[in-house]
Design a protein. Sequence first.
Length: 375
Amino acid sequence: MAAPKTIIRFENVSKRYGKVLAVDDVSLSIDEGEFFALLGPSGCGKTTLLRMLAGFETPSEGRILIDGEDISRTPPNKRPVNMVFQSYAVFPHMTVADNVAYGLKVDGVPGAERARRVEEALGLVKLDGYGARKPDQLSGGQRQRVALARALVKRPRVLLLDEPLSALDAKLREAMRSELAQLQEKVGVTFLFVTHDQDEALAMASRCAVMNRGLLQQVATPSDLYEFPNSRFVADFIGSVNLFEGRLEVDEHDHAVVVSPELPTRIYLDHGVTGAHESTVWVALRPEKIELHKRGQGREPPVLEDTPGGHNVVPGIIRQIAYLGSESVYDVAVEGGRTVKTLRSNLTRRDQEDFTWDEPVWLAWHACSPAVLLS
């Protein structure tokens, strides 16, 4: 199998606005045909990076290459990219077909060819038969598809999407995630998607880059970002997590033990950490990886087959319950005052009744569940 071809490369790219460093020495490669997400909180630099690729901003330092060609100073209309904006920016006085055809008309594409490509683009986004309508006769999701069709009709090498789902309601946003992913797979165009919504990025992207304060924090697949974060920032930003500061007491090739003053138990892991003995580390434990067990009335602590006794089991009391339909989230107070968040799927219609407020419980997790972070 041939190695994937790199289509976009950022080489030591920085962007300054006066004394503000919006993007700080970013180097990043994106392969042809990828659905790639730039992810991070507001102000992290992700949109600035996208705008530099589109040509709306010029790097203060570094180079941006597409297919090996430096396009850092190339005008936006000469780049093989097209952009879908957060506001869609469809022309309200034009029909859907005229909106989609606009870029082709500017480029001087003949009328018959233009009509054929417009019809093809509307079919791709499931708007067959909508060409004569005006944007005010469409729903938000349909207007977003018009913007997509207008971008795709020019057959760009790269499609840039700047938070295109943020204006949609939750139900429609979820439906459009699936449609966007299917569309990208069908057309094979490289999608570069900017969002602060981690669920969107995890659901659609083949790889994600997490940014913070202009710096690239981690580039990985969605599952690796979630399961193997490389820092406290990434662990905390991607999904929900319990973070415990502790001391690395044991570090062997096949197991490690962390002592945390925040928990009345040692944390046992089924792998080594390669950290310095007695060094400070942070343990990241996702809520869904923590088991909830009844406590009291003679009930013994749960036994974990992969964990020595006295490790990874904590007594606590449920202080809050949030019922979310498919799952319930429990805030459990443990000895010392720390609150630990755990998540439990509601597998039957009565699962949510199994535990109640102020009930004593055991929290338990397997040795493979925590991630240890050195920074």
